[in-house]
Ligand binder design. Structure first.
Ligand SMILES: Cc1cc2nc3c(=O)[nH]c(=O)nc-3n(C[C@H](O)[C@H](O)[C@H](O)COP(=O)(O)OP(=O)(O)OC[C@H]3O[C@@H](n4cnc5c(N)ncnc54)[C@H](O)[C@@H]3O)c2cc1C
Length: 390
């Protein structure tokens, strides 16, 4: 940190327009930090808001309503926007290595690039499945599937989702709701869709209470999904999934109609850069959101693991880290000591069921109601509103 020339503004580079960076940029726009040069490197111009992504898949929201337009946000914050993908870090020379641009030097760095479902442990998964993240690639396949059902509603379709955590279950419910509606609108039976959901544990959403798990399983089964519990997918073929139990399930190939929504993983270049990571390759950070090995680097959201306060990889934590990140950058620029941030231990999960109803999960409590959907919808719209106003 002492290497900064006294007559030059320090350069803060942000990699990824994830939830924390979106909030921090918004704060930088309204409360600029004097003498700080800013750059945002993002591999997309529009970043999805995770809370509304399932509702977008169900068809309740438009693309604009569910995505944050990063270049104008960066401009408002006084940041240069670089549309590129970071692929490495040179920590000695303090440079970000990108796919296309020449190395981008920084004084301070902040990383909020999210995570992707791990696909390297199951043969065939990387070749024959579509991961839910990166979201733009997933949406491309999803739009192909929507178009196929709209154009050929008399043809049955078989899809599979691997992963029965909150993301996989919410995806299943919303994919099913959308496609069944399309079949019915064309005068075809909703049974034209066969949807398989594979989960290695004996109950869905094992991190939530038993009522929530059972309720979601019942909704899926009642709507005709085939839920395979205690089934570990061990191999994927172009049109077939094979489980450790010997179960084989055939799927159609529209794009790649097997969706992969398993445990979050970090890109290998993070650990390869020399940053201290946890055992899964996520950046280990302290309570000040700084890397424990390289304090000139901040990290937030899914890509970071708080050493003292590990939490599930959920958007709610990424959102909450946005303000403390901004505050600590502000304090760093002013030469003040950084503040500690302790994330909440419990959080309220609101899981949309694809029919404008939602299930709330809070500790041992669970509840389902259309009122919860309206509440979730209001919270999510309010969150996005701040990025739609100048
Ligand atoms: C179907 C589904 C539903 C979910 N619903 C919820 C929910 O309701 N509530 C909740 O709390 N969580 C939910 N989650 C989890 C949530 O999506 C993540 O925890 C959250 O998105 C993490 O936010 P983030 O800021 O870490 O990263 P992200 O939101 O993933 O953003 C990362 C950004 O960085 C960009 N990026 C990635 N790599 C690079 C790179 N190398 N160079 C430049 N840019 C890069 C990406 O394009 C993206 O714009 C859901 C997940 C799924 C799969």
């Amino acid at each position: 940190m002492s290497r900064i020339h006294p007559n030059r503004s320090p350069h803060l580079v942000l990699i990824g327009g994830g939830h924390s960076h979106a909030i921090a940029l918004k704060l930088l726009a309204t409360h600029p930090i004097p003498n700080l040069r800013l750059t945002l490197i993002s591999d997309v111009t529009h970043t999805p808001y995770s809370g509304m992504l399932p509702g977008y898949i169900a068809g309740f929201y438009s693309y604009e309503e569910t995505h944050i337009d990063l270049p104008p946000l960066a401009e408002l914050a006084g940041a240069e926007f670089i549309h590129d993908r970071a692929v490495g870090l040179d920590l000695e020379r303090k440079c970000v290595i990108c796919d296309e641009s020449s190395p981008i030097p920084f004084d301070y760095l902040s990383i909020d690039i999210g995570s992707t479902p791990a696909r390297n442990t199951v043969p065939g998964a990387a070749e024959y499945t579509t991961p839910i993240k990166p979201v733009p690639e997933f949406l491309q396949v999803w739009q192909q599937i929507e178009a196929t059902v709209t154009q050929h509603p008399d043809s049955p379709l078989t899809l599979a989702i691997v992963g029965g955590g909150a993301g996989g279950v919410e995806l299943a419910l919303n994919v099913q709701a959308n496609l069944q509606r399309r079949y019915q609108a064309a005068g075809q039976p909703k049974e034209n869709l066969t949807l398989h959901l594979f989960h290695r544990d004996e109950r869905l959403l094992s991190g939530h209470n038993a009522w929530v798990s059972r309720r979601l399983e019942k909704i899926l089964r009642d709507r005709g999904a085939i839920v395979h519990l205690g089934e570990n997918v061990k191999e994927v073929l172009p049109d077939c999934l094979i489980c450790e139990s010997g179960l084989k399930v055939k799927c159609d190939r529209v794009g790649t109609s097997i969706f992969w929504v398993t445990q979050a993983s970090a890109p290998p270049w993070i650990a390869a850069s020399g940053l201290a990571t946890d055992e899964r390759g996520f950046i280990l950070i302290s309570e000040t959101l700084q890397s424990v090995s390289h304090p000139f680097i901040f990290a937030t959201g899914d890509i970071a693991t708080m050493r003292e306060h590990p939490r599930p990889k959920a958007g709610v934590f990424a959102v909450r880290q946005g303000k403390p990140l901004y505050k600590n950058v502000q304090r760093l620029a002013a030469g003040k000591s950084l503040l500690k941030y302790v994330p909440q231990r419990n959080y309220l999960a609101l899981i949309g069921t694809g029919d404008k109803s939602a299930i709330a999960s809070w500790g041992r409590l669970g509840w389902q109601s259309p009122l919860l959907w309206r509440w979730k919808d209001a919270i999510d719209r309010k969150f996005m509103q701040q990025f739609h106003e100048e």
